[in-house]
Ligand binder design. Structure first.
Ligand code: ASP
Length: 351
């Protein structure tokens, strides 16, 4: 009896120090790594433009930023290790499935960070914005300078992304992009410069907020449907309907349009001139499309494509202010559900 009581006292004493420890537990953040410049290596610290992307692992990146452990308990998973020109739709489907599973099966997860090359980061962000089914933060992060560079921007960007993923204010804002202390919305953001660290901008609508040393501040929220309000579900899919992009310019040949139609693509996004206009040559070639959905985006870098009778009457759909690469993603997802032009037009007005 006495022994049992002593044992109980000992057990309780052993349990006491565990309590403050438990109270100090940090938010859990998953880091899914895909490669990119943030995970790159150059020959020297001044190799700023010539380097190999997708060399370091996610674990290497986290190890290089011990400050992360002060704000989150991170779990790291390697999804790929490629330069982002080599990101594929299979990677997108893997990411969407994995993130949805993490949020469903690990309710303690505060948020997910994806390390990614900057070249196609905006596309992965918008795809996930439409296919992740949870309101907890998903933050894409990259860097413009290699990990081996003098003044590499990756480490602080990664810390800022993890901090954003733990921020209650980041919930419900859709997929976010964090670089250069700036927080952008997946739908609106685009890479605007080949080399500058302030490359990610949202030409029509600006940043959502900023990550500063003392706090994370949001100034606005996205208004278009995303994540929990999205009707798109890619669970179980292994590919998406084929949609290609064509760029308009002076005196284009019809052969690219003809080749795409002959190959049976399900959709074509035209990066039209000005407010989404194409030449008579392109119009004549596109008129031969039977069952291929044509979306008019624009090549200007910003702005909306308004309705225009001559295009609308032939069934072409305006991309609103989605750039061509984002319009392609929405069209691919739309085509997983319908080929009805009225429905697809609605989707371009809502997402
Ligand atoms: N910036 C590239 C990327 O998106 C990498 C590179 O420049 O090689 O991954």
């Amino acid at each position: 009896m006495l022994l049992a009581r002593r044992l109980l006292v000992l057990l309780l004493a052993a349990a006491v120090p565990a309590l403050p420890q438990a109270a100090k537990s940090k938010p859990v953040v998953w880091i899914l790594s895909t490669g990119g410049t943030i995970a790159s290596q150059g020959a020297s610290s001044t190799s700023l433009t010539d380097y190999k992307a997708g060399v370091l692992t996610g674990r290497d990146l986290v190890k290089a930023v011990p400050e992360i452990a002060e704000v989150a308990d991170v779990k790291v998973e390697q999804i790929a290790n490629v330069g982002s020109p080599n990101i594929t739709i299979a990677h997108w489907l893997t990411l969407a499935t994995r993130i949805n599973r993490i949020f469903t099966e690990e309710p303690a997860t505060a948020g997910v960070v994806i390390t990614h090359g900057t070249n196609t980061l905006e596309e992965t962000a918008y795809f996930l914005n439409l296919t992740v089914k949870h309101d907890r933060p998903v933050v894409l992060v990259g860097s413009m300078r290699p990990a081996t560079a003098i003044s590499a921007d990756g480490p602080l960007n990664l810390l800022n992304a993890v901090r954003t993923a733990t921020s209650p204010a980041a919930r419900g804002k859709g997929v976010l992009v964090v670089l250069n202390d700036e927080i952008s919305a997946a739908r609106d953001v685009t890479k605007t410069n080949t080399l500058r660290v302030e490359t990610f901008r949202s030409p029509d609508s600006g940043y959502l907020g900023f990550v500063d040393g003392d706090q994370i501040t949001f100034y606005r929220s996205p208004t278009r449907r995303h994540t929990t309000a999205s009707e798109f579900d890619v669970q179980g899919l292994t590919e998406l309907p084929a949609v290609e992009i064509l760029y308009s310019y002076v005196q284009p040949s019809p052969i690219l349009i003809q080749a795409l139609l002959a190959n049976g693509v399900k959709g074509i996004v035209m990066a039209g001139t000005g407010a989404g206009l194409v030449s008579d040559v392109e119009k004549a070639a596109l008129a031969k499309a039977k069952g291929t959905v044509i979306v008019r985006s624009n090549r200007t870098g910003s702005g909306r494509v308004p309705p225009r009778q001559e295009y609308d009457s032939s069934g072409m759909i305006g991309a609103d202010n989605l750039n061509p690469q984002k319009a392609r993603i929405l069209l691919m997802l739309a085509l997983t559900k319908t080929t009805d032009l009225v429905e697809i037009r609605r989707m371009f007005a809502e997402y």
